[in-house]
Design a protein around this ligand. Structure first.
Ligand code: UD1
Ligand code: UDP
Length: 359
């Protein structure tokens, strides 16, 4: 079986690392295309090195473009690669422009599409991610769903009548968190190098278009973080997109953010934090994996089970709501939350299903 994996953005490197590891142990021949969507060393290379992801067979270096240009140029290049490599299946992860470009190109070339993280919905069509994930799901042949809710979402949209296979496999991010947690304990020195006291800082990430493109929204997030930093130290590994917009709009953080970190350092930062404030999809779940409350800087989330379990609080863009959630979480015991995201063998399940596909 010949598999072509398309990736390009930070969370996809993390997700693909665990799947590629299992795939390499089996009789599946995988080639990797890096679209280049993320390209800074600490947004891309660091993950390939520390997570031992095979070097991409192709690097398209397509980045820093508007959505149409980015997706279009990726499609043009991916099409050439598909024609040359004749894969049986093309695999994509998540909901980025890289995901949609890969899926759409493969489908038009009559190559089967496997989508990891299928069935997630925010029901907010203003988000580029929602558009990408809905369109990718619709043309995928294998929909690998992380949660029961993601399977339900697909059935509500009539996927039971479509010619596709829906599989609840669990979340590959959980596989990754389990797999890299021990390595992170032994390798990462970030807590001592930043002189952090465990449980005495808040970890924050912000990068979503909906929060960064509107300077007023970003200003109010900066204001929130400055307020929190007066009480509890804020550690902010700053996404380059957010950094550029903060600088160009002259917004003032009252503390020094840090550069984006690798995954092994990130796990330590999460594990030792008091709580997490984020608009990241992955971080919302990782907060739960490592039993930290999460305040989400969005109006909605694809991971509603966390909200239902009262471990994730949607702060919208409202400072008062966020501060209320902050005060509620600090010092509160984390409840027992079990098996929302599988048991850490999602990559194994995905590989077993892929292996059954005849070449
Ligand atoms: C993308 C995904 C988002 C995902 C995020 C993961 C889309 C539409 N969005 O958002 O779903 O959550 O990746 O982090 O695909 N930049 C750099 N260096 C880099 C990468 C980005 O400087 O290595 C800057 C560039 O100015 C670039 C901007 O960030 O134009 C935005 O990058 P882009 O990949 O378009 O979107 P993200 O915000 O990273
Ligand atoms: N992450 C990381 N270093 C950072 C910020 C995030 O390793 O400086 C990891 C984070 O732990 C999670 C993933 O990147 O596993 C999430 O990526 P991101 O927030 O960029 O995207 P999203 O999950 O929102 O699509």
């Amino acid at each position: 079986m010949k598999l072509l994996t398309i990736l390009g953005a930070r969370p996809q490197f993390i997700k693909a690392s665990v799947v590629s590891r299992v795939i390499r142990e089996q009789d599946v021949q995988e080639k990797i295309v890096h679209t280049g969507q993320h390209y800074d060393t600490n947004m891309s290379e660091v993950f390939f090195n520390e997570m031992e992801i095979p070097k991409p067979d192709y690097n398209l270096r397509i980045n820093c473009l508007d959505h149409g240009a980015m997706t279009g140029r990726m499609m043009e290049q991916i099409e050439r690669i598909i024609i040359k490599e004749t894969p049986d299946v093309l695999m994509v992860y998540g909901d980025t422009n890289t995901t949609l470009a890969g899926a759409l190109t493969a489908k038009k070339q009559h190559v089967k599409v496997a989508h990891v993280e299928a069935g997630l919905r925010s029901y907010n069509m203003d988000m580029p991610e929602e558009i990408n994930r809905i369109l990718t799901d619709r043309i995928s042949d294998y929909l690998f769903c992380p949660t029961a809710r993601s399977v339900d979402n697909l059935h509500k949209e009539g996927y039971g009548n479509f010619d596709c296979k829906i599989e609840k496999v669990g979340d590959v991010m959980y596989d990754a968190a389990l797999y890299y947690s021990k390595k992170s304990d032994t390798v990462s020195e970030i807590i001592s190098s930043l002189r952090l006291t465990p449980e005495k800082y808040v970890l924050c990430t912000v990068h979503r278009q909906e929060n960064t493109n509107d300077p007023e929204k970003l200003k109010s997030i900066v204001d929130l973080l400055n307020t929190i930093n007066k009480k509890t130290k804020v550690i902010l590994p700053l996404h380059p997109r957010t950094k550029k917009i903060i600088q160009s709009h002259g917004l003032k953080l009252s503390f020094k953010p840090i550069a984006p970190v690798g995954y092994l350092d990130m796990i330590q930062l999460i594990k030792n934090s008091a709580l997490i404030i984020t608009d990241s999809g992955g971080m919302q779940k990782e907060a739960c994996f490592f039993r930290k409350f999460c305040i989400t800087l969005r109006n909605e989330t694809e991971w509603m089970e966390l909200v239902d379990h009262k471990v994730n609080f949607l702060a919208r863009n409202n400072k008062e709501v966020a501060l209320k959630a902050f005060n509620r979480c600090i010092g509160t015991k984390y409840p027992i939350v079990k098996d929302l995201y599988g048991t850490g063998n999602a990559a194994q399940k995905i590989t077993e299903i892929l292996k059954k596909i005849q070449s």
